[in-house]
Design a protein around this ligand. Structure first.
Ligand code: HEC
Length: 225
């Protein structure tokens, strides 16, 4: 009796094994994955980036990054570049940046040279080659004439405020934090400081372009027309 059971069990196991072999190998197509006993695992639904998606509360596939997300930086020496900027775009943030921020880069020939190249690319058209506020943009749009860096208004502007203004923009000047990395902005700070030191020989021009803040707002209205 016992022997019979064992024989039946053996035959049964053989049959099931044969069935599995036949089921998985009987496909004619060599590319076929064979019998899929959990098709969802093989064939998940592929959503396109901009396709509607019922799985997320806001119904879209592409999701915004979580607040505070930082880009991955494999090179540890450049980690500073991806740390979030702690000072908000407010008067308090501006003042705090002026008091606390210090340039992490040395005031070296190489950094100044790179600062100059960045300046020529991003700033010169408004500020002028020597930071005198005589860039070509101002000739077309007087509302965009910035004060000279060596004018009484800006000559002693601290490096933290220079960095803050490049980061967030100021008045009619736009923010540059999205185009220029932090370390490159610090190279620009060095270069702006080198221009602050320009002797105010062309002082007359420099002073005449220095505008109080109220003027900038008036100019903004003109520029927006
Ligand atoms: C669209 C023209 C424009 C561009 C481009 C521009 N600026 Fe300005 N910038 C201005 C104007 C206008 C002001 C005066 C803002 C004010 O005080 O209202 C200014 C002000 C400044 C100041 C003084 C900020 C302060 O705190 O008073 C600095 C420093 C400066 N710019 C640096 C730069 C640098 C560096 C770049 C390039 C990355 C740049 N700017 C690009 C127009 C521009």
């Amino acid at each position: 009796m016992k022997k019979n059971y064992i024989q039946i069990a053996r035959k049964g196991a053989l049959l099931i094994g044969a069935a599995v072999v036949v089921a998985s190998c009987s496909q004619k197509d060599p590319q076929s994955p064979g019998f899929e006993y959990m098709p969802d695992m093989y064939r998940s639904v592929g959503y396109d980036a901009y396709q509607a998606n019922p799985n997320f509360a806001n119904g879209t596939t592409a999701q915004n990054m979580v607040d505070g997300t930082m880009p991955y930086q494999a090179d540890r020496s450049k980690i500073y570049n991806v740390l979030p900027y702690p000072f908000p775009n407010t008067n308090e943030g501006y003042e705090a940046a002026g008091l606390t921020l210090k340039n992490p880069l040395p005031y070296s020939e190489a950094n100044l040279k790179q600062g100059e190249v960045l300046f020529q690319t991003f700033c010169q058209h408004c500020h002028g080659a020597k930071g005198m506020g005589d860039g070509v943009v101002g000739t077309k749009n007087p509302g965009l004439i910035p004060p000279a860096y060596n004018s009484p208004q800006l000559v002693s502007l601290p490096e933290g405020k220079i960095f803050h203004s490049i980061t967030w923009g100021k008045g009619m000047m736009g923010a540059h934090q999205y185009q220029i990395s932090k370390l490159d902005r610090w190279k620009l700070v060095h270069y702006v400081q080198s221009l602050q030191k320009t002797p105010a020989a062309g002082g007359a021009t420099a002073d005449s372009t220095a505008k109080p803040a109220a003027d900038t707002t008036a100019a903004k209205k003109v520029a927006m027309k």
